[in-house]
Design a protein around this ligand. Structure first.
Ligand code: SF4
Ligand code: SF4
Length: 368
């Protein structure tokens, strides 16, 4: 659905400059920005994907986002659109992230990124219709996920405003490549939580693998969200030979400790070759285990390992006495041992600021 975009300015000769993400595209009349979802119509800038969803939504465990310290066990009503501000060579969701709105309605007849013919059929919805669906599902949280939500700015602002009235928490699963202007609007409307990908601490990595200039906007977004009280968890996908050095793991862990705080969860995630496969190898267990040990040693209290079996990396431990608070196997709880006031049953350490929201002790999505 096409509506007038927020956060842009008109330049000379009917060009426009978009301020929604840190690419800050200058777009000529008749052209689209890097994300392909914002178009200049003779000096007026529009988003083409307002209320355009790839499906009417799915019910995921919140742990799948991943968020482990925010409403543990909750169901996240998960929605996505198409497009992304990045072009990651390893994107697992490339068939939606690199799609083009003009391909909507084509059935198996267009080629995307030279990877074969695809079909695409977007579902159109109003914010009110979405909120009704979420309420009917019983989910207490809604996640914008799978493609990049920051480019869905107008839709997120409008839906979040309505979801807040229903006390449904909103979650962004994002590359964090925002601008201060867009970040402020998201904070003001009341986003509740975000999982932000910090893909590397190196600008070179961002240039080579993601096609954007720098990691700095990502770090700025994470800092600003934390400063304004939004719950933030960080994901770092470790790709062999590209961002797996001990120095880089140390740099990332130290940055989180210093800028976001020791209670900010860090998820190390295993890479498997996909899309243009910048590495042929999957991440070995030993690399993830070493990253886990380094981050713990540096002082982060909640370090997790995902996309691979790791005996400690799925669990939440008390930072004071190492008591197992939340045991997990995949997305399922194997143990819940925390008091109702979020104190450790072993040492009485207060975890209420580190683990936010109610713990759903009987998740209904056990089958995931
Ligand atoms: S959202 Fe980002 S990528 Fe898309 S047009 Fe705006 S600045 Fe460019
Ligand atoms: S930021 Fe995420 S969705 Fe976008 S291209 Fe990269 S991996 Fe894919």
């Amino acid at each position: 659905m096409k509506i007038k975009a927020r956060l842009w300015e008109e330049l000379e000769d009917h060009k426009v400059k978009c301020q929604v993400c840190a690419n800050r595209c200058v777009v000529l009349p008749g052209k689209v920005g890097i994300c392909r979802t914002r178009k200049n119509f003779n000096g007026e800038f529009y988003t083409l994907i307002y209320g355009s969803l790839i499906s009417s939504g799915s019910l995921d465990p919140i742990e799948k986002k991943p968020l482990y310290n925010f409403w543990p066990g909750a169901t996240a009503y998960s929605i996505a659109s198409i497009g992304c501000s990045f072009k990651c060579q390893n994107c697992q969701n490339w068939s939606i992230s690199q799609a083009n709105p003009s391909d909507n309605g084509k059935d198996g007849t267009y080629d995307l990124a030279g990877l074969g013919n695809r079909s695409m059929s977007l579902i159109e919805m109003t914010p009110e219709e979405l909120v009704k669906k979420v309420i009917r599902s019983g989910a207490k949280t809604l996640a914008y996920t799978y493609n990049e939500p920051l480019i869905w700015h107008e839709w997120i602002i409008d839906t979040t405003r309505l979801l807040k009235k229903e006390n449904i928490k909103t979650i962004l699963v994002t590359n964090g490549y925002s601008t201060p202007e867009a970040t402020k609007e998201l904070i003001d409307v009341g986003i509740d939580a975000a999982n932000i990908d910090i893909k590397s601490m190196s600008d070179e990595f961002y240039k080579k693998i993601c096609g954007v200039k720098s990691v700095k906007p990502v770090l700025d977004t994470a800092k600003e969200f934390v400063l304004k009280g939004i719950h933030v968890e960080i994901t770092n996908l470790i790709i062999p030979d590209l961002n797996d050095s001990e120095d880089e793991i140390k740099e990332l862990s130290n940055w989180i400790l210093k800028n976001l705080g020791k209670d900010t969860p860090l998820h190390f995630s295993a890479y498997h070759p996909d899309f243009k496969a910048p590495s042929e190898k999957s991440t070995p267990y030993d690399t993830l285990n070493l990253a886990f040990e380094i981050a713990k040693r540096i002082g982060l209290n909640f370090v997790y390992v995902g996309n691979i079996q790791h005996n400690k990396g799925s669990n939440t431990y008390c930072p004071n006495c190492s008591h197992l608070i939340l045991g997990r196997s995949g997305y399922r709880f194997t143990k819940i041992d925390i008091k109702d006031d979020h104190k450790c049953p072993n040492c009485n350490y207060d975890l209420s600021k580190a683990i936010k929201g109610e713990i759903n002790r009987h998740p209904s999505h056990r089958f995931f």
